[in-house]
Ligand binder design. Structure first.
Ligand code: VG1
Ligand code: CO
Length: 528
């Protein structure tokens, strides 16, 4: 088969965000848009490209199959030896990570816009994962972006026609070099791995009620037709069904299966920041950790600090990284990080290099089985030991970009203003004193890479925190995220509603940032 070189022109804005390039489907459908970006990914691989194997798959949203077809044709023309594709283009994000690692491939391309809605009038996304199975670090995504600004041509082999509905290998000769497309089962490798990590027998006994009542479980695998973001607002169906009281455990996943929300009986809500802390505290019930030990823990900066307390008690390192799973990878590769999470419903471990929703559910079920407790009992026991980190996030979606950028620069200026430290801020009975204010900067302890301006943090003298940042996954306008956290060690507060406890700090944060003025919004789009 023949390789063609097609002339093209750069598109503006092919800059991967927190988690790949996310745009409206219509943007990806423009002539050469997707081709350009895929060529940039491959070109950025440099010497690692020729003769390599890549994994390709996604969450099955609109435009996924078209994108797979384009990727295969461009890979064929760029000297890739083999592409492993999920059957019908489907692989969850954790599964892509698992397959990359299992077969030692050079990387993979994930086709998803995750928690953004899908469909012809909604979003699509392309993300490159490197050979460790994790999202490409900034150095790689910056390189992709640089190449995208100057691209003049791409290579394509239009005659590679594959049937991705049939599992098995299809062989081609491209420019007289062999090229293989292997269609793989969408779940088999992942399921096998989960069976190694967890004690399925114990989970089965729990579900069947070997030690008492059977545990009834309700799962909502959210999909791209809706807003597939597992939180109390967008997974309202699940919450409502759980409130009826028939089920003891509920969970929702996002479109690509890497996020999770955990609910107990009657929709008792586990915040993601607590969830990861509980898992870290209960590793005895998970065979993988009994075998490998727990080397270190981590969270993203805006995530509630519950896991820090677990790390302290266990005497292991704890890391605070910028938002986005790509920042955990190096620590895991270096053997310094075992379990980590983000407040945005992301939980995971070093079993792969992506967050993993199904893994989180299996971890929770293992803990419930091991401790013979309900979700709510596990949480209460956790708070009794460690105190409770109340946490909430306010999202203001799709605002006008300019005023939001302005607000962030005003906050940034505050973070450099020494006179802010010691300032007292009050609302009602509550008074907070600013202990520190900065724009979060992270230096990767392994490769020294520096990520700057990752969000303005206002740290109060009692350990409470307020964080402001702009989303890097939206496809239009600006989304402001405001994160509020406060720690309580008085057990009479543990059963209180987080919104009630955090109200004064929320009001203080809104006043300080003048958020309503800048965004024009009186209310957030979503509270999580
Ligand atoms: C959001 C979350 C972040 C998460 C990212 C990707 O990013 O806040 O914690 O890692 O989405 O998740 P941002 O920049 O919009 O705040 V996923 O499931 O969309 O890959
Ligand atoms: Co996701």
């Amino acid at each position: 088969l023949k390789v063609y070189t097609k002339a093209t022109k750069p598109f503006e804005g092919q800059k991967p965000g927190t988690s790949g390039l996310r745009k409206a489907v219509k943007v990806f459908q423009q002539e050469n848009y997707t081709e350009n970006f895929v060529q940039c990914i491959l070109s950025a691989m440099g010497g690692a490209l020729s003769g390599c194997t890549l994994v390709v798959g996604g969450d099955g949203r609109y435009f996924g199959k078209e994108a797979v077809d384009i990727i295969i044709k461009i890979c064929a023309a760029n000297g890739v030896r083999k592409v492993m594709v999920g059957q019908n283009s489907i692989l969850s994000t954790p599964c892509v990570s698992c397959v990359i690692r299992k077969y030692n491939t050079a990387g993979g391309i994930v086709l998803t816009a995750s928690h953004n809605p899908g469909g012809p009038n909604a979003d699509f996304g392309i993300k490159f994962n490197i050979s460790n199975g994790g999202p490409a670090p900034d150095a790689v995504t910056n390189k992709i972006y640089e190449i995208s600004k100057n691209i003049v041509e791409y290579r394509i082999c239009p005659e590679v026609h594959c049937d991705i509905s049939v599992i098995g290998k299809q062989e081609f000769l491209v420019d007289s070099r062999p090229f293989t497309v292997e269609v793989i089962d969408s779940v088999v490798d992942y399921v096998e791995y989960m069976k190694e990590i967890f004690d399925f027998r114990a989970i089965k006994d729990l579900l069947h009620g070997a030690a008492g009542q059977p545990l009834k479980v309700l799962i909502n695998a959210m999909h791209g037709g809706h807003h597939p973001d597992p939180n109390l607002t967008y997974a309202a169906d699940l919450v409502k069904a759980m409130q009826e009281g028939d089920y003891g455990f509920g969970a929702a996943f996002d479109g690509d299966g890497d996020r999770n929300m955990i609910l107990g009986h009657k929709a008792f809500f586990v915040t993601p920041s607590d969830s990861v802390a509980v898992i870290a505290d209960n590793t005895d019930y998970i065979p993988y950790f009994k075998k490998n030990g727990v080397k270190g823990l981590a969270r993203s900066m805006p995530t509630g600090c519950a896991i820090d307390r677990v790390a302290e008690k266990k005497g292991v390192e704890v890391f605070e990284v910028p938002t986005g799973w790509k920042y955990f990878g190096n620590l895991m590769d270096a053997g310094r990080l075992s379990i980590c999470g983000e407040e945005s419903f992301g939980t995971g471990s070093d079993h792969i290099r992506e967050k993993d929703g199904i893994w989180a559910v299996l971890a929770w079920l293992s803990i419930l089985a091991g401790r013979n407790m309900s979700v709510e009992q596990v949480l209460h026991s956790h708070w009794e030991t460690y105190g409770r980190n109340f946490f909430t996030r306010y999202d203001y979606e799709n605002c006008e970009s300019d005023p939001c950028n302005k607000m962030m620069s005003v906050l940034d200026a505050m973070s450099g203003d020494a006179s802010m430290v010691g300032k007292q801020l009050s609302h009602g009975e509550k008074t907070y004193t600013i202990a520190k204010i900065d724009n979060f900067e992270y230096q990767d302890p392994i490769d020294g890479a520096v990520a700057k301006k990752q969000g303005v943090r206002i740290l109060m003298s009692d350990g409470s925190r307020v964080v402001f940042r702009l989303s890097g996954t939206g496809s239009s306008g600006a989304t402001v995220r405001m994160y509020i956290e406060s720690y309580e060690s008085d057990s009479s507060t543990y059963t209180k509603d987080a919104q009630e406890v955090l109200k004064p700090l929320v009001e203080i944060a809104l006043q300080l940032s003048k958020l309503s003025e800048y965004t024009g919004r009186q209310q957030p789009t979503v509270i999580t």
